[in-house]
Design a protein around this ligand. Sequence first.
Ligand code: MG
Length: 379
Amino acid sequence: MSARTQKFLCGLENKTLAPYAVHAGALRGRRYPETPHPYRTEFQRDRDRILHSQAFRRLEYKTQVFLSTTGDHLRNRLTHTIEVAGIARTIARSLGLNEDLTEAIALAHDLGHTPFGHAGERALHSLMEGHGGFDHNLQAIRVVDLLEKKYPAYDGINLTWETRAGLIKHRSPLHPPVLDGAELAPAPCLEAQAADLADDLTYYGHDVDDGLDAGIITEDMLDGIAIWRMAAEETKSLGLKRGDGKFLTYTVRALINRMVGDAIETSAKLIDASGVKAPGDAPAKGMTLIAWSQEFQVLTSELRTFLYENLYFSQELNKLNQLSKDRMSFLFETFVKHPELAGSQVRRRMETDGIHRAVTDYIAGMTDVFAICEYHRLK
Ligand code: MG
């Protein structure tokens, strides 16, 4: 046999993907042009560049909800990311979207996250008030465009425009985000929409799991939540009873499966009804087509509110969040005053981007473990 070349794989995409999917053979391309790889499409290359980046490896020691390394079974940002990528691929494949692009966006979606989860992000945003603020989605672009160092001729990992644009989630029609000097369309491509919905449903599912595991939320509390009761009914129909060893783990599984199933079925109908024919159609018209049904929007928003009230802002986590905020503030103020105590990249970056942005890049890139060590070293 002869090996399947990049050209062959692009031809295969043209035959198998839906007309509204982004095709790897028809791209806006990279900031620094490169010759095609013999065996990988451009989005396969993007995915591999993300997997091989330092920022990706650091996700292992960054908080998802619970501080990194505090429990053997609790998610960190790396395991969260891998779960998102798996679910995003399922959604993409079932809708005829470009699975490689979806996977690349999903794998990169949290590369800009700070240590200490959302508490860390909120702290950094308020410390950066008056200096441009902080947003983890935009930070992911800085990571892949600037902060990763590997290629001799340029900074960053030179991803395709499509993957980079897919990382910018928030599209305000009044203030459209700009990439490479041009305004972005009012909605992301459908592949990015699939990665985004996969992110939400993945964390709803695994945060319930982790919250139960950590003992912060209980089954009794979840009994008040309609979507949990639906999933638990499914578990009961298989003969498992509350208190059985597999009851909770299977119910979490059923919960995720229902959210994925509804997303696929609803999105297929929305795509049909929309009349989109080309990959640029949905973005140009500002259409969100990867979505839950009305019923599941209500069900999942009840679950989301429950998680905010009982897990993310629970007393147990609030104490930790306050500690994280204090550590972030201390690190930020110390490095702004004494850039000589930070890494050499900060001193180089402060000349082009100013001291505040340079310190923010440095701190945002830290793992929980490194940030805590630095805090103790400098305190
Ligand atoms: Mg995420």
